[in-house]
Design a protein around this ligand. Structure first.
Ligand SMILES: C[S@@+](CC[C@H](N)C(=O)[O-])C[C@H]1O[C@@H](n2cnc3c(N)ncnc32)[C@H](O)[C@@H]1O
Length: 184
C-alpha cells in the first residue's frame, strides 16, 4: 500500500466531509519534532479519522514506539480503526473510545514524552492540566489551533499565565499556530 497516497485520499475526504484534520504544514513539523525528540510514547487527544495519528505512527513505527489516542466519537473511532488497519499500523496504537476528561486520569503518570492536544478548544486548559502529570520531564506538549480558535483559547492563556507555565507560540502555519510547552 502506498501510504502517502492513502494520506492524500484521507486529506481529500477531510475536505469533502469537513473533518477538522491538522494542517499539512503543522503535521510535517510535528513529525520532525517526533524524529528529533526520539519520543517513545505519544499521547494524542482528538483522533478524528486518524489523519494526524497515521502521520505520527509512521514516525513511531520506525522504532516500534507507541501512540495512545483518545476520541469519544464512535464514528471517528470507527473510521480511525479502519484507516489504521488499512495503513497496517494498528499494532503501533492504542485507541481509546471515551471522553478524555474521564480517561486521561486513568493513564500512567510520568509516562508520555510527546503529547498532542487537538480538541474542544475552550477546554484545552483542562486537558493540559490533566495531561501534565502524565508527561515525563522534558516532554513536548503541543496544543493546536492557537490562532484559528483564538477566542476559545483565552481560558488556556489565562491558565498558563496563572500557573506560570512557560510556553512558546510558534507561527508555523498561516492561520494555524501552535503552543509548545516543554515540561519542567
Ligand atoms: C480537531 S479533531 C481532531 C483531528 C485529528 N487530530 C487530526 O488532525 O486528524 C477533534 C476531535 O476531538 C473529539 N473530541 C472532542 N471533545 C472530546 C471529548 N471530550 N472526549 C473525547 N473526544 C473529543 C471529536 O470527536 C473530534 O474527532
Amino acid at each position: 500500500m502506498d501510504i502517502e497516497l492513502f494520506l492524500k485520499d484521507l486529506r481529500e475526504y477531510w475536505i469533502k466531509n469537513t473533518v477538522p484534520n491538522v494542517s499539512d504544514v503543522n503535521v510535517n513539523f510535528l513529525r520532525d519534532l517526533l524524529k528529533i525528540s526520539k519520543a517513545k510514547n505519544m499521547l494524542e487527544i482528538g483522533t478524528a479519522n486518524w489523519f494526524s495519528g497515521i502521520n505520527f505512527a509512521l514516525e513511531l513505527k520506525k522504532n516500534w514506539w507507541h501512540l495512545t489516542t483518545i476520541d469519544f466519537s464512535p464514528k471517528s473511532q470507527w473510521e480511525a480503526l479502519l484507516n489504521f488497519k488499512s495503513a497496517n499500523l494498528d499494532n503501533i496504537i492504542t485507541s481509546i473510545l471515551w471522553n478524555a476528561l474521564d480517561e486521561i486520569p486513568k493513564l500512567q503518570d510520568n509516562f508520555f514524552d510527546f503529547i498532542f492536544i487537538d480538541w474542544m478548544k475552550k477546554r484545552s486548559w483542562e486537558f493540559l492540566n490533566l495531561c501534565l502529570p502524565k508527561a515525563k520531564p522534558w516532554a513536548i506538549i503541543i496544543i493546536d489551533d492557537v490562532i484559528k480558535f483564538k477566542d476559545k483559547m483565552q481560558t488556556l492563556r489565562t491558565y498558563l499565565e496563572k500557573t506560570k507555565i512557560k510556553y512558546n507560540i510558534i507561527p508555523i502555519d498561516v492561520d494555524d499556530w501552535i503552543i509548545m510547552i516543554i515540561k519542567d
